[in-house]
Design a binder for this molecule. Sequence first.
Ligand SMILES: Nc1ncnc2c1ncn2[C@@H]1O[C@H](COP(=O)(O)OP(=O)(O)OP(=O)(O)O)[C@@H](O)[C@H]1O
Ligand SMILES: [Mg+2]
Length: 225
Amino acid sequence: MKEVCSSNTFIEVNNVTFSYKKSEIILKNITTSFDKGEFAALIGPNGSGKTTFGKLMTGILSANEGSVFVEGKNIEEISLGNIGKKIGYLFQQPARQLFNPTVKEEIGFAHSFMGKSKEIVEQKVNKIIEEFSLQGLEDASPYRISRGERQRVALASIFINEPSFLILDEPTTGLDIVRKEQLSQLLKSLQPQGIGIIVISHDKDFINKNADRVIELYGGEQHEA
Ligand SMILES: Nc1ncnc2c1ncn2[C@@H]1O[C@H](COP(=O)(O)OP(=O)(O)OP(=O)(O)O)[C@@H](O)[C@H]1O
Ligand SMILES: [Mg+2]
């Protein structure tokens, strides 16, 4: 029998086909895998299915055919909550994942929710606020800050949970050169810890600088670039 998941594999995608409507297949027989500590980029034209692929790997969408395994377990058998603990997912539109009244509550939300003490949550929030240069915005509403600031709040809310794997849909949108470089450094620092990263992006510069491997989607199929 084929080994479903070698020890270094984090996500395995097996013959996945997906369509929103029967008449239009978005992804056709996609088979690939992503390792721990790997930095992969997913590229392709608008509408080629990159965001859809990301959602299939986080259990937000289910494949019509084929399967996705996370650490060897069929994703259909893992709750969304448990997938969320392992895989940090940045939505292409970060406003979708922000729902707290202030930046600091947004970033500390998952921790407070898990019943961590106020002091621990505060310490971690302050550290991550510094890492993402969000000082001064702690009490601002996530809806009344700039696009790039919002992107950094969404990223900070993911990083504070220390996920084992990251899928980031267009993470550099709205980031200036300095913030982009900071994000590159941060992501690079995660790789030696065995944290795998998939970046979905149109940002060629960011991909060339960071990715070990590039997968291109077009016509519903994947091509290793
Ligand atoms: N909820 C939905 N219902 C029906 N069709 C959808 C839905 N979401 C996306 N699509 C369609 O699926 C195709 C793939 O969309 P997807 O968002 O995955 O592309 P993408 O590669 O991420 O594009 P972009 O570069 O613009 O972000 C597109 O043709 C899109 O119109
Ligand atoms: Mg997209």
